[in-house]
Design a protein around this ligand. Sequence first.
Ligand SMILES: Cc1ncc(COP(=O)(O)O)c(C=O)c1O
Length: 467
Amino acid sequence: MHELREAGAKAARIMADHLEGVGDLPVWRPVPEAELSWLTGQDLPETGRALDDLLEDARAHVLPYPMGNGHPRFFGWVNSPPNPAGVLVEPLAAALNPSCAGGDHAGPHLERTVVRWLAGLVGFPHPPGGGLLTSGASIATVICLATARQRAALADGWDAREEGLSGRAPMVMYVTEEGHSCLHKAAQLLGLGARNVRTVPVDAQFRMDVRALRAMIAEDLDAGLRPFCVAGSAGTVNSGAVDPLDDIADVARAYGLWFHVDGAYGALGILADGAGPRYAGLERADSLALDPHKWLGVPVGCGCALLRDPSAARAAFSLVPSYLTDENAGDLGWFAEYGPEQTRPFRALKTWATLSHLGRSGVKRLVDHTGGLARTLGAMVEQAPDFELLAPVATSITAFRHVPEGADPEVLNQALPVAVQARGNTFLTGTRLGGRAALRACFLHPDTTEQDLVVLLEEIRLAAKAR
Ligand SMILES: Cc1ncc(COP(=O)(O)O)c(C=O)c1O
C-alpha cells in the first residue's frame, strides 16, 4: 500500500496540473505517428511494472492528447468538461469497486438519492425506485423503450418477453427527423424494425409537428398496426430544439401511447430563466432519459432513465437467477431488475459529488451561463453578414453557417468543422439541419467566455479563407 499511497499523491498532482493547464494546450491536436504506435502497438509486459512508471507513461503519452472537451473553446457534439468533484471521487469508487446491481451497501443506496435528485431538478415525478443510472442515454433509451414495448404487449394480452414479436401487429414508434439516433438504434435492437419508426415532420423551429403526428397515428391504426410509443425531444442534438411536449402528451394520452422524452442533453435546460413554459409537459412523460455526463459535467459515463411507473421497467427486465436471490432486497428489489446490466459500476458517487458540489443554484448558474453564450453567439451570427443563423436558440446550442460571398455554402460548411478543428484554437462540429450543411456550437463549459465566441467566428473565417 505504500507504493499506492505515494503514487496516488503524485496522480492527484498530475490530474490537477492537467486540469489547470488544459486551457493552454491546443483544444485538440492529432496524435502524432510516434505516439500512435505507442498507444496502439505495445506488447503486454511479461512482468508487472511499478505504479510510478505507469503514471509517467500516462503523463507523457496519454494526457497530452485529449479529445478536447476539457478546454473552454471546445464546442463539439455534446461533451462537457469533467466537474472537479466528479473527478475527485472517481478513484474512491474504484477503490470500493462494488457492483451496484443491488444489495445493502453504499452504492445502491446512494444511487436512490441521486436519481431522486435528478428527477427533482427537472420536475419529473419520482415514485420510490423511479429510475436508475446507466452508461449513457443510449442504454437509458433501450430501458425506456423495452419497458414501453412490454407494457403495450401486456395491455394487449400477450407477453413480448415470453413470445417474442413474430406474428404480432408491428409496433410503431414516432420520432422526428431531429430525434437522436439512439432512439432508432434502440428500436432496432428491440426487434421493432427500422421501418416501424415513423419520421414525424418538424416545424420551422425543428419541433415536432403534432398535427402530423396525430394523422400518422390514425393512418397506422387504420392499417392494422400497433402505435405504441411517441418519443419527444427536450433538446435535440442538432439545434437544441424542445418539442411541444404538452401537446405530444395530449396525443399520447388520447391514443394510449407511451410518451418518452429524450432529455439526455437538454432536460436541465428547464432550469434556465424563463424556460419553464417551453418544457411544459415534460412532467407528463412516462419515461425520461437524462444524461448527467452531458450538461452537468459528471465524468463519463453516466446516464439516467427516469420512470413514472418503475414496476413497468421491472416487468420488462426482472430475471433473478437463484444465485442472486436476496431475501433482504426490500420491495424495490435490485437495480439489476430494471435494466439489462447485471454488474453495475458505482456511477452514483461521481454524480452525487458533482450535484452536491454545484448545488441546485450552481446547476442553474451553469445552465444560464451556457445558454446565454449560445444566445449571444446567435445574436452575433445574425449581425454578421457572412453568417446565417439556422435555428432559434432554445438551449445551449447555436446552429448556424458561414456564408461568405462567392462560396458554395454546402461545400464550405461541410468542410469547415475539420478545417477549424485542425487549427487547434477552437473545436466545433457540423451536422445537417433542414437539408442544409450546418455548423453547431454546443456550450457546456463553465469557463467559456464571450471573448471565446469572437475567437470562434474568427477561426471559422480564417479556416474558410485558407481553403
Ligand atoms: C439528444 C441526445 N440524445 C441521446 C444521446 C445519446 O447519449 P449517450 O451518448 O449518452 O448514449 C445524445 C448524445 O449526444 C444526445 O445529444
